[in-house]
Design a protein around this ligand. Structure first.
Ligand code: NAP
Ligand code: G3H
Length: 484
């Protein structure tokens, strides 16, 4: 057994450089959404234990400040190397803990290694500026402000279940390169995978107290950590419901929120339908639709809808469904509650007159990929984020109506426009109220150095390597006043 867990697969938290089980002995059992098998136990932290971790984090700040940036970068390079060496082992854990298919699991680990390296490089190129007073009316060249970016302090990183490695690293690495210390609170289902990422970072040489973890149910311990006076920044990815709650209770602690989405694919009459159908199926059903950026609705006109729906149907019927270890695309959902919600959305739509093209089959928490045509705005699936393999097609009279329906959503993460006419694509893109518009591609986060943001109920603030470093640092100005 590694120091990460004992022979009973009880995992500790990383506290001040050591993997520790808590004296309270409160643990949470993690079982697999694939077959219910036992994966391990994680600690359920108490308030006193949170206090201790935050105290070490404060001490870690001055220690981390003494480490030169090139050395910080070296640690991230080493962690990337370790992740790549351990990719298969970590992917095996991901597959069973969150039911992610093998290919996507390996790819999540390797993508994270690339992210660490890119972030290390971006951190090394951080530079400050000098501003002369003479540029402003009445100012003088004798006044010079040296401005550089400094850390915010202790960053609380809260990650979701669907990318426990990548969406933990996307917070931890930029925070560390910015000079902060980090406390990671991973999703309970996904925590064991996330702890393996943290182990790679620790093995790469992070000093104690610089990166620590607190595991436990968000509903029980989350509010206490979030409202702790010694947390200086909250970087959260998860549902809009929890994000809203955090923004209410966090008071004056700045926060960055990456939340839910209802990404629309607008398919114009001149689009390459064969390409659009294949691309949209990939975007809608990979990891069973449990991605914030999954294509969650198609909006198109009658003129192409029949043909597009037929093409989608053929492709969806061929999607491999089942156990993530068998190289499938659609796997069991994270829990029964999610599958119940998916079933509710499908039945609600069919009950209100949507046409079922394929799917509407369920075995436990495994929901088969489902395509619904002629979805109308009175149906829940037109607006709710399913986080499951359901794709609704909404038919409209023209693209003005398509844009209006796309924008009527409370969410504003991404949208896609499929067309051969770049002028039309740009005009529509300008009107869509989202963080990013993809022209002729499915909605997706990467590459990870692009700005990634949601508007409206999809988030607050911008991620992406250099944007994340910027978000978790602030300018510090030192003004020199030369005497005559
Ligand atoms: P979630 O239920 O909101 O949980 C996210 C994280 O918040 C988990 O670590 C959870 O811990 C924690 N949490 C819950 N209540 C808390 C509280 N009161 N205080 C502090 N932390 C708390 O979301 P999820 O089901 O894991 O993820 C799915 C959602 O995330 C979807 O809506 C998806 O669209 C969104 N998402 C968005 C993005 C993006 O970049 N925009 C990316 C990925 C996912 P527990 O697990 O212990 O409850
Ligand atoms: O679930 C949200 C992730 O940020 C989506 O990333 O588009 O690469 O799957 P992805």
């Amino acid at each position: 057994m590694s120091e990460l867990c004992n022979e009973k697969h009880t995992y500790g938290n990383l506290i001040n450089g050591r993997w520790a089980e808590y004296a309270s002995g409160n643990v949470i059992t993690i079982t697999s959404p694939v077959d219910g098998s036992f994966i391990g136990e994680i600690q359920a932290v108490s308030k006193e234990e949170v206090d201790e971790v935050i105290r070490y984090s404060k001490e870690g700040l001055s220690l981390w400040a003494c480490v030169p940036i090139f050395e910080k970068a070296r640690i991230l390079y080493k962690a990337a190397e370790l992740l790549e060496e351990r990719a298969e082992e970590i992917a095996d854990i991901l597959m069973m803990e969150i039911a992610k298919d093998r290919k996507s699991s390996v790819s999540e680990v390797k993508r994270t290694a690339d992210f660490l390296r890119f972030t290390a490089d971006a951190g090394k190129s951080l530079e400050g500026i000098a501003v002369s007073g003479e540029n402003f009316p009445g100012g003088s060249r004798n006044k010079i402000s040296y401005v550089r970016r400094v850390p915010l302090g202790t960053v609380l990183a809260i990650s979701p279940f669907n990318y426990p490695i990548n969406l933990s690293a996307s917070k931890i690495a930029p925070a560390l390169m910015g000079g902060n210390t980090v406390i990671l609170k991973p999703a309970t289902q996904g925590a064991i995978s996330a702890l393996h990422l943290v182990k790679a970072l620790q093995d790469a040489g992070l000093p104690g107290g610089v990166l620590q973890t607190v595991t436990g149910k968000g509903s029980e311990i989350g509010d206490y950590i979030v409202t702790h006076e010694n947390i200086n920044f909250i970087n959260f990815t998860g549902s809009t419901e929890v994000g809203r709650h955090l923004s209410k209770i966090s008071c004056m602690t700045p926060l960055l929120l990456e939340l839910g989405g209802k990404d629309a694919a607008l398919v114009l009459e001149d689009a390459d339908l064969t390409y659009a159908a294949s691309n949209i199926v990939e975007g809608a059903f990979s990891y069973s639709g449990q991605r914030c950026t999954a294509v969650k609705r198609i909006i198109t006109t009658d003129k192409v809808a029949d043909q597009l729906v037929e093409m989608l149907k053929t492709r969806i019927e061929k999607l491999p469904v089942g156990d993530p270890r068998d190289n499938v695309v659609v796997t069991p959902l994270i829990d029964q509650k999610s599958a119940d919600f998916a079933e509710f959305l499908i039945q609600d739509a069919i009950g209100k007159g949507a046409e079922l093209i394929v799917g509407n089959k369920r075995e436990g928490n495994l929901v088969y990929p489902t395509l619904l045509d002629k979805v109308t705005v009175d149906m829940e699936i037109a607006w709710k984020e399913p986080f499951s393999p359901i794709l609704p097609v909404i038919r409209v009279k023209d693209m003005d109506e398509a844009v209006e329906i796309a924008n009527r959503s409370e969410y504003g993460l991404q949208s896609s426009v499929f067309t051969k006419d770049i002028n039309k694509a740009f005009r529509i893109a300008e009107k869509l109220e989202v963080g990013t518009v993809q022209i002729n591609n499915k909605t997706e986060r990467g590459p990870d150095h692009f700005p990634f943001l949601g508007v409206k109920a999809s988030g607050m603030g911008t991620q992406g390597v250099k944007y994340s470093i910027e978000a978790m640092t602030r300018p510090k100005a030192i003004t020199i006043n030369l005497t005559e």
